[in-house]
Design a protein around this ligand. Structure first.
Ligand code: PMP
Length: 428
């Protein structure tokens, strides 16, 4: 496939589109419609161009006086500053480059102070649900309104040991329903009870500006590949104290300031107190650089056009789905809840995986099917019994039985009208 610039319909945010032509089982060919941005969004053309311009110059960072190492170090550290600005971080906050949101949240989980209590809703993505299992974790039941989420958290925090450290982990926008969570209110509740809060912004940051200061969250995590940059890089940004006090996430070069042999033959280490403490090894400079490039592109274009365009596409998809009586859109907070361009649904009488396979094979449309790495949430939404459910993948529902999994369509910058129109037509 030739690389082509797809389209610039979201206000100066052209994405790299590969005009992939796919064969249809019904005969003929069609241009592939990628409607799974919630899994990974295409890279922005700007990110691609920036990386290509930098490529001849890259070297390993923090590795001495060589020109290319110095240049790369500057770019890497500037990328950190760009991300801090993008997230509107406070003075003294740290930006750690990681591999992904999953990596960021595991890093924070490894940095929890002793005896930390963790509070997390069962509705979280597995990346924000599972890393805390070695801590004293309380799983909160799915709320049915944003207000109920705040009340549920307040009740749980009121019953906690008020002297020990505590952390709340919450996702800003659901990767299943696209619904926005009341992050500011949850942060206020956490702080009122002496707890800290980390925001999983994997799905929020690509659709809305995230201000650490305004939301008053202690940390935020996101992934490059959902923010229109390539795979392999992510961010954990926020309060320095817990990160500084923790053992390095990885032990190795770059994280250590001074290493000496002891007289008894052992080895002593002084670790860095900066973000480098958790970035041992040769960091992914291109990953950090491309995240910063995406942050700049989104900031310069502004989110207004992106949000307006996305809301228009959400309207088209929801109106189309509403015309099909067999379709049920999944939602925790109801039809009027504010949401991003991520919509999951089931079709009565259909196994969702077969339905998604038909969208692909007959219409060239790529959507996600399954339980979306949020098994408890999807099961709650489907009203199904956890004991009898299958795995992420394609569990078979007997004819007439409730769906065991769901279908998700998601979009963003660069999604042409034709893709969502074809999707609606295909579902109908
Ligand atoms: N949180 C949410 C809400 C997500 O949607 C995802 C990715 N689907 C993750 C965390 C994990 O992101 P990654 O796979 O990039 O680590």
């Amino acid at each position: 496939a030739d690389q082509t610039v797809c389209c610039d319909i979201s206000g100066h945010l052209p994405v790299l589109g590969r005009e992939v032509t796919v064969p249809l089982v019904t005969g003929g060919e069609v241009t592939y419609a990628a409607l799974d941005y919630a899994a990974s969004a295409p890279a922005l053309q700007r990110v691609w161009d920036d990386v290509a311009a930098y490529a001849p110059y890259y070297g390993s960072v923090h590795r001495g006086a060589g020109y290319l190492s110095q240049l790369s170090t500057d770019l890497f550290e500037n990328a950190r500053r760009t991300v801090a600005e993008f997230l509107d971080c406070r003075d003294g906050d740290q930006v750690v480059f990681t591999r992904s949101t999953t990596d960021s949240l595991n890093l924070l989980a490894a940095a929890l102070p002793a005896d930390c209590q963790v509070f997390v809703f069962e509705t979280e993505h597995h990346a924000s649900l599972l890393p805390w299992r070695d801590a004293r974790v309380t799983y909160l039941n799915a709320p049915r309104t944003p207000q109920q989420a705040v009340e549920t958290l307040e009740r749980a925090l009121a019953g906690r040991d008020p002297h020990g450290p505590a952390l709340v982990c919450v996702t800003g926008a659901s990767n299943v329903t696209g619904e926005l969570w009341p992050v500011r209110e949850l942060a206020a509740a956490a702080h009122a009870h002496g707890a800290r809060i980390v925001l999983d912004a994997a799905q929020l940051a690509p659709h809305h500006p995230v201000s650490v200061r305004e939301l008053d969250v202690d940390w935020v995590a996101f992934s490059g590949h959902k923010l229109y940059a390539p795979f392999g890089s992510g961010v954990l940004a926020g309060r320095a104290d817990w990160l500084r006090a923790a053992e390095p996430y990885l032990a190795g070069g770059g994280a250590s300031r001074k290493v000496t042999r002891r007289t008894d033959g052992g080895v002593d280490v002084e670790w860095h107190e900066s973000a480098a403490r958790h970035e041992a090894g040769s960091p992914n400079v291109i990953g950090a650089y491309s995240i910063a490039s995406a942050c700049k592109a989104l900031t310069e274009a502004g989110y207004d056009n992106l949000v307006a365009r996305e809301q228009q596409l959400i309207g088209t998809v929801r109106a189309g789905l509403a015309e099909v009586p067999e379709v049920r859109v999944l939602s925790l907070f109801g039809d009027d809840a504010p949401r991003v361009g991520v919509i999951s649904f089931v079709v009565e009488g259909w196994n969702s995986s077969h339905f998604a396979a038909a969208l692909s094979a007959e219409y060239g449309i790529g959507v996600r099917d399954g339980l979306f790495c949020a098994h408890p949430l999807v099961r709650t939404l489907l009203g199904s019994d956890p004991q009898v459910q299958g795995e992420c993948g394609a569990p078979e529902a007997a004819p007439g039985e409730k769906s065991l999994n769901a279908i998700r369509v998601s979009f963003g910058a660069g999604t042409p009208d034709e893709h969502v129109e074809r999707f609606v037509r295909a579902v109908k």
